[in-house]
Each structure stands twice: as C-alpha cells, then as structure tokens.
Design a protein around this ligand. Structure first.
Ligand code: SF4
Ligand code: SF4
Length: 81
C-alpha cells in the first residue's frame, strides 16, 4: 500500500465477512451481487475514486484477500464483476 495505489479484492478468496466494509474510512466498498465459486458474496470495490490506498481493509481482512495495485482503469477481469 502506497500513495497512488488502490485496494484490489480477491473475488474467490473473499468469504464476505464484510470487516473491510465496516472499517473502510472512505465508504469505497460494496458487496457483489454475484457469488464466487464457494457461494460467498464477496466484497468488491464500489467506487475506486474514493480509495486512498490507506491499507486498513487489508489489515483487518482475516483471509489476506486484499492486495494493492496502481490506481487507474480496472483490469478487464475485475471490471466484469
Ligand atoms: S485501502 Fe483504505 S480507502 Fe481503500 S478500500 Fe481499503 S480501507 Fe477503503
Ligand atoms: S475482510 Fe476480507 S474476507 Fe472479509 S469481506 Fe473483506 S475482503 Fe472479504
């Protein structure tokens, strides 16, 4: 996590506990309306422009499902979700 980065959520690893949503100070996250292959409704980035890359979501995630990528256009596979 660093300036100019944003959080990226692992769709398959997430179990939808929502801890990251509760702790995000920017209200940037939402729950996907599609389940992953394990039947959980994962958290995804709702508004990338709100994410400051602060890293709080990654600190609280019990499943290490959050990494950081340069802020900017979403990769294709993320944009589909
Ligand atoms: S890095 Fe910070 S602002 Fe971005 S989603 Fe995580 S908690 Fe929210
Ligand atoms: S804290 Fe981790 S496992 Fe829980 S909803 Fe967020 S990304 Fe998913």
């Amino acid at each position: 996590m660093a300036k100019g980065e944003r959080a990226k959520f692992d769709f398959e690893r997430c179990k939808g506990c929502r801890l990251c949503i509760v702790h995000c100070p920017k209200d940037a996250l939402v729950v996907s309306d599609k389940p992953n292959s394990r039947g959980y409704f994962p958290v995804v980035m709702g508004d990338e422009t709100k994410c400051t890359g602060c890293g709080i979501c990654a600190l609280v995630c019990p499943d290490c499902g959050i990494t950081f990528v340069p802020a900017g256009p979403k990769p294709k596979e993320e944009a589909k979700r």
